[in-house]
Design a binder for this molecule. Structure first.
Ligand code: ASP
Length: 290
């Protein structure tokens, strides 16, 4: 029976391996996506997702997450959530238990509390230290926006159902209330069982300009394989922005189709993803820039 799980960055490998076991045993692709994201959210060594994420300029860890069901295109997303470790699970509750697609800020936090999620401290010693260092750099005039590593996942289960999702603390030293591509449908993630799915990481301000994940899925619909779709979608967004501005932030995406094939692309060095399927053991793939 065909299944696959693919996720951005090396830090997803353990989650991908565990999620692969879930789908291999007949669990849903939604469970796999949630599982990978939770692994990364709970990992204190990852300072870009969940616990220990680098705070915003005001010193608060504001988290964004989303999950999408490729069967009926239902979506759950939360944005700017503070004090909860696993925003991916809150997003899934939004998808499954509300008539809405997105909850933000206080509304999302109230919802999480009503659903029994435990409020917790998200700052780690390391993230506080990093925040002070970055604050000093900002004060010294080194103002820049950096991509900083979202977990983005696409999964196919043995029933042919697909899901995708993301979880992130966003760009380091972002403004309070800033939202990137990650919880925005079509930009940070998209999936349709009829075709396949995509998830992104990089500078959200640029990724969302190209609706990059939706475009990648549409390219697969037109016959591209996941790697070609990822490359063309990244290139198109990059090229369009570069032509007029001369600069583009980091953009990387992973794609998978409904047959178990997967691939990734990036407009920069250093992008890696983790993937596993019924044909491939869990492994890290290094991507050459397009
Ligand atoms: N895409 C994320 C954001 O813009 C950050 C990242 O993936 O590096 O919030």
């Amino acid at each position: 029976m065909t299944w696959s799980v693919i996720a951005t960055w090396k830090f997803s490998l353990t989650g991908v391996a565990e999620a692969g076991k879930l789908v291999a045993c007949g669990r849903k692709s939604l469970d796999a996506v949630e599982q990978v994201a939770r692994y990364v959210e709970d990992d204190p060594s990852v300072d870009t997702v969940g616990y220990g994420g680098i705070p915003n300029v005001a010193g608060e860890v504001e988290l964004d997450a989303a999950i999408m069901n490729g069967e009926d295109l239902s979506i759950g997303a939360v944005m700017g959530v503070k004090g909860y470790r696993n925003p991916i699970s809150i997003a899934r509750k939004v998808l499954e238990d509300t008539p809405h697609n997105i909850l933000v800020g206080q509304g999302a936090e109230d919802f999480a509390a009503r659903k029994g999620f435990e409020k917790t401290m998200l700052l780690s010693e390391k993230s506080i230290e990093t925040w002070f260092k970055m604050m000093n750099e900002l004060k010294a005039g080194n103002k820049h926006i950096e991509g900083h590593d979202t977990v983005g996942v696409v999964a196919l289960d043995t029933f042919g159902r697909m899901a995708s999702g993301t979880s992130t603390s966003g760009i380091s030293m972002k403004y309070r209330g800033r939202v990137g591509d990650s919880p925005l449908v079509g930009s940070g993630f998209y999936v349709d069982d009829y075709v396949g799915g995509a998830a992104a990481t990089g500078v959200g301000e640029d990724i969302m300009k190209g609706c990059t994940c939706f475009y990648a899925v549409e390219l697969m619909r037109e016959g591209c394989n996941p790697r070609e779709a990822a490359e063309l979608a990244v290139m198109r967004t990059h090229k369009r922005i570069f032509e007029k501005t001369g600069k583009v932030g980091n953009i990387a995406i992973v794609c998978a189709d409904n047959k178990g094939n997967f691939g990734g692309a990036a407009n920069h060095e250093g992008f890696e993803y983790a993937a596993a399927s019924d044909k491939c053991l869990p492994k890290i793939y290094v991507v050459e820039p397009v």
